[in-house]
Ligand binder design. Structure first.
Ligand SMILES: [Zn+2]
Length: 351
C-alpha cells in the first residue's frame, strides 16, 4: 500500500529526497517524463491518452501534493550530550513532550526530554509546557559522544509507524505525515489513469514552510488549471456540551473541498466541476468549514498570469502532531473524485 510506504518515509521540509525516491519508484513506469527541479520538486508528465471532444489541444493540468512533513531541526549539541532543536513548520509545543524521534540521515533514535510529574510543582501542572528550553535526548554521555552520531542542521522526524486500526467500516489508519503523504499517495494512483489532459503530477517540496516548491513548479509548467491534494484539519470529536458548531471536517464523510483558506480562494468553475462529478458518480464529499491553513493552491494560483486552482483534502485527525488518523474510505473517495473531475475535462474547462 503506497500510503503506508510514504507515511513511514522521512521527509521534513527541505529534506524530501528519501520520500521522492519512494514516489519515483512507484510512478516511473506510468509517466512519460519526469524531472527533479532545483528546489527538489518531482515533476511528472503523463500525456493525454484520449482526444478532447472539441478537437482542441489537451489542457495542461497541474495536480500537486507536497512531499514534506512537519518536524524538527538540530540547532545545537550541548555539553551533556543532549540536542537543542527548533521546529520546522507549524507545531504546537504542547504535542512535543516525551515524543520519540529519529535524528539525521542515520535515524538515530531519541526522546524529547520532559521532567517527570513528580518534579513539576502543582501550580504549574495546568499550564502549557514551555518547550523553548527542551532538548532531544539520544542517550549520549557527553558532547563528543553526541557529535559522533549527529550534527547541527540534522533533520528530526517523529517515530511513528503506519498501522491499520481496523475498528469498523471507517477503515481508520494511524501514521505520521498524512499531511500530505495522503495527497502524494492519491497522486500516485491518479498518474495511472487515461485522460484527455496533459497531467503534470507534481510532488512539491517545502509546503509547510511557505508553499515554496509549488511556486517554482507552477512557473515552469504554466498550467491551465490546478488541483492541490491535501490532508486537512479534522475536529469531529465530541465538544463541550451545548456547543453546536459544526466541525471543520468529519472523518468518513468524504474528501473536503476548500472554498477558501488563508492562502487562496477556490476557482468557482473548478469547485462546480468537482461537485458535479461527485454528484454524478455518487461520491461523498464535504466542505472544509473553516478559513484556516494554507495550501499549495495559494502559490500556484498566483503563478505567472494566474492559474485557476482548487484544493481537495482528506480529513486528518490530530494533524501537525506526531501521530495522525485518517479513513481509507476518504482517501479512496478523493482519488475517485479527482479522477472523475479529470475525466470531465475532456470537454474543456467549464465556463
Ligand atoms: Zn499539507
Amino acid at each position: 500500500m503506497i500510503l503506508e510506504t510514504l507515511s513511514n518515509g522521512r521527509g521534513v521540509s527541505g529534506n524530501e529526497a528519501a520520500v521522492r525516491d519512494l514516489i519515483l519508484e512507484a510512478v516511473r513506469e506510468h509517466v512519460d517524463e519526469h524531472q527533479v527541479d532545483a528546489l527538489g520538486n518531482l515533476i511528472c508528465l503523463r500525456r493525454a491518452r484520449v482526444r478532447r471532444e472539441d478537437g482542441q489541444p489537451p489542457l495542461r493540468v497541474m495536480v500537486a501534493a507536497h512531499m514534506d512533513e512537519i518536524g524538527l531541526i538540530v540547532t545545537g549539541i550541548n555539553g551533556d550530550g543532549t540536542l537543542s532543536f527548533d521546529k520546522v513548520g507549524g507545531i504546537d509545543d504542547r504535542v512535543l513532550p516525551s515524543k520519540q524521534v529519529l535524528v539525521g540521515a542515520n535515524a538515530v533514535p531519541g526522546v524529547i526530554g520532559f521532567p517527570p510529574i513528580h518534579l513539576i510543582p502543582r501550580s504549574e501542572r495546568d499550564r502549557a509546557p514551555n518547550m523553548s528550553q527542551a532538548v532531544i535526548d539520544i542517550g549520549a554521555s557527553d558532547k563528543a559522544a553526541a557529535e559522533g552520531l549527529v550534527k547541527k542542521g540534522d533533520y528530526v522526524s517523529f517515530q511513528t509507524t503506519y498501522q491499520a486500526l481496523d475498528t469498523d467500516g471507517l477503515r481508520t489508519v494511524k501514521g505520521k505525515a498524512f499531511d500530505d503523504r495522503a495527497g502524494c499517495a492519491a497522486l500516485v494512483e491518479l498518474l495511472q489513469g487515461d485522460y484527455a489532459v496533459d497531467l503534470y503530477g507534481v510532488f512539491t517540496t517545502q509546503e509547510e514552510v511557505g508553499l515554496r516548491g509549488a511556486r517554482v513548479a507552477a512557473y515552469r509548467i504554466a498550467p491551465d488549471l490546478a488541483f492541490a491534494l491535501e490532508g486537512t484539519i479534522c475536529d469531529d470529536l465530541p465538544k463541550e456540551q451545548g456547543d453546536d458548531t459544526s466541525p471543520v471536517t468529519e472523518l468518513g464523510k468524504g474528501p473536503a473541498l476548500a472554498f477558501m483558506d488563508r492562502s487562496y480562494v477556490a476557482d468557482r468553475r473548478l469547485l462546480r466541476l468537482l461537485m458535479d462529478a461527485a454528484e454524478r458518480e455518487g461520491i461523498p464529499y464535504q466542505f472544509k468549514q473553516a478559513v484556516a491553513g494554507g495550501t499549495d493552491s495559494g502559490a500556484i494560483h498566483l503563478a505567472r498570469e494566474g492559474v485557476p486552482a482548487v484544493t481537495i483534502a482528506v480529513p486528518v485527525r490530530y494533524i501537525h502532531a506526531p501521530v495522525t488518523l485518517l479513513s481509507l474510505n476518504d482517501f479512496y473517495h478523493m482519488v475517485q473524485l479527482v479522477r472523475a473531475a479529470l475525466l470531465a475535462l475532456q470537454g474543456g474547462l467549464p465556463s
